[in-house]
Design a binder for this molecule. Structure first.
Ligand code: NAD
Length: 479
């Protein structure tokens, strides 16, 4: 059923091949009878060239805010002009915390997996994790990147995965993490996922270690339905997965935020193909299919998706997918899809509106918290036994005790044979207090830092806390 009132959607044609693929997409959407009015806006290179360093002008931001849904062509990251990526500006402005990447086998697109029935969706957390981009070179030889994972972020992405599964009548959600190693960060997603799963008893839920997930995705991808992951794992495995069904030309995506959703092809502006009428518009068309479902225009979405499948099944392919076979231009491919649209009118679909109203934060509150020690990271190549002796002498008449030294997470003092190790100039010194403190603990830490600093340069300090008597820090290997 076509809604009587047209919905206004912000349309950003984008850079490079963007205008060609958005034009093709709009023609198909219109031919499918979708009730949409486009509000065309600028972003990317044209804006950078006007001197706006964010790449996204106010009119475009206002339009997305007003319409709450956008279809976006690829935006090139400036080299030599402008400063930022317009894509990152949009992601940050609208806090699109969830990236949804469907991976579906397309008939006629030859891959080693053809016929296996791959039809999975990767739900990737999009704003936390290592991609917060908080990095420091702590010594001239050692760099650090902070992996920040929040309970709220995990709940939102886990709920998005289950709600998306529900909206597509899918039966299974996997959560892929590295919780076996990173128990506090990756483990937080695992634990939150298991808690959220209780609200969805009709959907199977499983945890899988992410490296096994990568292996299984290559070996037996058809076993997966929805997979939710933290940012970096999702980044890597979603690219791997799109290669299973034909690559960038066939990879659509949706970026979901609390206030707005932005749909776009996964690929970039492919500048060398711009204006050549050769590019494959399928990824953009399928992103528009996701958009149509997001706004509840299911019949139009179904029609477009079916027409794309029929066209490909007839062997009508653009150059990237044709291999040695003849191929058609972007415009002929578009016309073939419009032709296929007229051949059949599918009347069933499995989709329901995505309901994100249940996303809520459950802040964990603790009754009691203590500081039981501190990790001080120092820069030195001294032998651990010499560091240990020096630090023990420094804290002799204080409340602090040197518990251990570790290098890259491996205990190297006390009583450790390091003859097989090649240490780096980055040593963690773990000090504990003779009893837990909360008051005055900052003063104690500052005076400890002052004495340690007389002998070794330190570059990083971390309090060791307990929340309701549970240690809120990891142990060193062998410590
Ligand atoms: P790209 O995805 O633009 O292109 C890489 C190659 O993949 C192309 O040369 C082409 O061979 C192939 N390809 C990509 N899309 C295709 C399609 N639809 N049909 C057929 N072949 C296709 O990646 P890039 O060259 O690394 O990046 C070019 C620009 O795009 C850069 O400025 C980059 O920052 C930007 N970019 C933007 C986005 C986005 O807007 N979301 C995403 C990625 C890259």
């Amino acid at each position: 059923m076509i809604p009587s009132k047209k919905q206004t959607i912000t349309l950003i044609p984008g850079d490079g091949v963007g205008p060609e693929i958005t034009k093709a997409t709009c023609q198909i959407i219109e031919a499918a009878g979708a009730a949409i009015e486009w509000e065309v806006c600028e972003a990317g290179s044209v804006i950078f060239k006007k001197g706006l360093s964010t790449g996204v002008p106010k009119e475009t931001i206002d339009s997305i805010q007003r319409n709450r849904v956008a279809l976006k062509g690829p935006l090139e990251t400036p080299v030599g002009y402008g400063e930022k990526s317009a894509n990152v500006t949009l992601r940050k402005l609208f806090e699109t915390y969830g990236n949804i990447r469907p991976v579906k086998e397309m008939p006629g697109v030859i891959t080693p997996y053809l016929g296996r029935g791959i039809d999975l969706v990767i739900v990737r957390e999009n704003i936390e994790d290592l991609y917060a981009g908080i990095e420091h070179s702590q010594t001239p030889n050692v760099a650090q990147c902070l992996k920040l994972i929040s309970r709220q972020g995990c709940e939102k992405i886990a709920r998005l995965a289950f709600e998306f599964a529900k909206s597509e009548n899918r039966k299974k959600v996997h959560c892929a993490t590295k919780a076996n190693i990173m128990k506090l960060t990756e483990g937080l997603l695992k634990r939150t996922f298991e808690e959220v799963a209780k609200d969805y008893p009709d959907i199977e839920s499983h945890h899988i270690i992410v490296d096994n997930c990568a292996h299984q995705l290559v070996k037996k991808p058809e076993q997966f339905d929805v997979i939710v992951m933290t940012n970096m794992n999702g980044d890597i495995l979603s690219d791997l997965s799109s290669a299973l069904v034909g690559g960038l030309g066939f990879a659509p995506s949706g970026n979901i935020g609390d206030h707005c959703a932005i749909f776009e092809a996964v690929h970039g502006s492919a500048p060398k193909y711009a204006g050549q009428n050769l590019i494959n518009p399928t990824a953009m068309i399928l992103s528009a299919v996701m958009m149509l479902r997001h706004i509840g225009q299911f019949d139009a979405a179904e029609k477009v998706e079916t027409a794309v499948q029929k066209t490909l099944a007839k062997g009508i392919l653009t150059r990237d997918a044709a291999g040695d076979k003849p191929f058609v231009s972007t415009t002929d491919f578009t016309q073939a899809i419009i032709q296929s649209l007229q051949e059949t009118v599918p009347n069933t679909h499995r989709h329901k509106p995505l309901d994100l109203s249940k996303v809520y934060f459950k802040d964990v509150s603790v009754k009691e918290r203590d500081v039981v020690g501190v990790d001080i990271f120092i820069e030195t190549y001294d032998h651990p036994n010499d560091i240990g002796a020096c630090l023990n002498a420094l804290v002799k008449d204080t409340l602090w005790q040197l518990k251990l030294l570790s290098c890259r997470g491996l205990a190297v003092y006390p009583n450790v044979d390091i003859s097989c190790l090649k240490l780096i100039d980055h040593i963690r010194c773990r000090f504990t207090l003779s009893h837990a403190f909360l008051e005055n603990v900052d003063e104690l830490i500052l005076s400890l830092l002052a004495v340690v600093g007389t002998k070794y340069p330190w570059m990083h300090v971390e309090k060791l806390q307990t929340f309701d008597d549970i240690e809120a820090f990891s142990k060193a290997h062998g410590g």
